[in-house]
Design a protein around this ligand. Structure first.
Ligand code: NAD
Length: 291
């Protein structure tokens, strides 16, 4: 397996494609945005002029796009051109679209994997992403070496769609935990308890979480926290909101309610409407302090 058509060369896709190229795969990259193509070309990535050209002789097609409609439209087009290829979607999309994409591939006899990621742009650049895969065993085994060139952990979560299910559930926990952590620090400030004192207690007590000890929403308490740089360059609030809405949709589709996800989504949505959509999601603490 050596030639990979990589469709979607945005913030995540470009460094992922660059890592595949550095591992010896022949890349045929394509993005519908001219500025994304220019950036990729300036970094030396091999580009195709169209999706059709990228599909020529492709052994695998990897997509890294914004939403389910984009993935379905690209897969529909590419499956008509390269049905022998292995199809891997790394985007975070709704479960119904992920299942439909697998159905399209199955109808053409193609192997397919949903493989959303965690680790953000820094993880993509460092080749240290975690991939959560939903696929039949034979498709997963074929995809694994490709994913290893872009990630540190490759987890087979189960059958088609279950990679997206894992991503949605993980980010539900993250979104709620961060909102709860920010709320606790806001309350502490109001009560006259210093952030340092709360951190010293909670980081070794039952309030501990990744949102507290690796990504604290208060500046100066953890070294790599976006709070230390004014909530810039992290995981954008609008993307967290997208993922919480995917959780709500997935829950509604299976007759379940997710009141925690809904409460967190309301808080991030308020922060977004105050101009925080592009800021890191831990910046939601600023909206809480203003209230
Ligand atoms: P992005 O908007 O930077 O990149 C997406 C790219 O897809 C864009 O360049 C766009 O032009 C291109 N595109 C859209 N439709 C296309 C089409 N039909 N043909 C060709 N190209 C097309 O987004 P991103 O930040 O790279 O995120 C990609 C996916 O990864 C999303 O689903 C996101 O939720 C998920 N994700 C992002 C992060 C992050 O930190 N950015 C982290 C984890 C997961």
């Amino acid at each position: 397996m050596s030639r990979i058509a990589f469709i979607g060369l945005g913030a995540m896709g470009l460094p992922m494609a660059a890592n595949l190229s550095a591992s010896g795969y022949e890349i045929a990259g394509f993005d519908c945005s001219a500025s994304a193509r220019d950036k990729a070309a300036s970094q030396g990535l091999r580009l195709s002029d169209s999706m059709e050209q990228a599909a020529e002789d492709a052994d695998a097609v990897v997509t890294m796009l914004q939403n389910g409609d984009q993935v379905l439209s690209v897969w529909e087009g590419m499956l008509g051109l390269a049905a022998d290829a292995l199809f891997i979607d790394c985007s975070t999309i709704d479960l119904a679209s992920a299942r439909r994409a697998h159905g399209l591939a199955r109808a053409r006899g193609a192997l397919s994997v949903d493989a959303p990621v965690s680790g953000g742009v820094a993880g993509a650049q460092a080749g240290k992403l975690t991939f959560m895969c939903g696929a039949e065993r034979d498709a997963f085994e074929k995809a694994e070496p490709i994913l290893q060139s872009m990630g540190a952990r490759i987890v087979h979560c189960g059958g088609p769609g279950l990679g997206q299910a894992a991503k949605i559930c993980n980010n539900l926990m993250l979104g709620v935990a961060m909102a709860a952590t920010a709320e606790a620090f806001t309350l502490a400030e109001q009560l006259g308890l210093s952030s340092q004192a709360l951190f010293d207690v909670a980081s070794v007590s039952s309030g501990q979480s990744w949102s507290l000890t690796s990504y604290c929403p208060v500046a100066g308490l953890t070294p790599d926290s976006p709070a230390n740089r004014g909530y810039k360059a992290g995981f954008q609030t609008k993307l967290m909101l997208k993922d919480l809405r995917l959780a709500e949709m997935a829950a509604a589709g299976s007759g379940l309610e997710t009141p925690m996800a809904s409460a967190a989504a309301r808080l991030y949505s308020e922060f977004e409407s105050e101009g925080g959509g592009e800021d890191d999601f831990s910046g939601v603490i600023q909206a809480m302090r203003r209230r």
